[in-house]
Design a protein around this ligand. Structure first.
Ligand SMILES: [Zn+2]
Length: 90
């Protein structure tokens, strides 16, 4: 019943969002420092380093995509403050 009313262009939007978000989640779990991390950090977008802090300390960096909420509510910790827990060498 719902599929009958579901516009086809919205379906493509969902597929695009799902693909981008799935790839984003893979990248933040990659445990690599990526070349664009510095720019993403300035824009408030999550990086593998930010997410590493989330998994390491459990009470910081809850945003997977945007760090704005963590910055706003004081739960943001930058990987730059914890250089020993994350390195670019694998
Ligand atoms: Zn995770």
């Amino acid at each position: 019943m719902f599929a009958y009313y579901y516009p086809i262009n919205l379906h493509y939007t969902d597929m695009a969002f799902g693909s981008i978000y799935a790839n984003w989640l893979n990248l933040i779990h990659s445990e690599y420092q990526l070349p664009w991390d510095k720019a993403f950090r300035k824009l408030g977008l999550g990086t593998p380093g930010d997410h590493h802090i989330h998994h390491k300390l459990f009470k910081y960096n809850f945003g997977h995509l945007f760090m704005w909420w963590d910055q706003l509510f004081g739960t943001y910790k930058s990987i730059l403050d914890y250089p020993a827990v994350f390195s670019d060498s694998v």
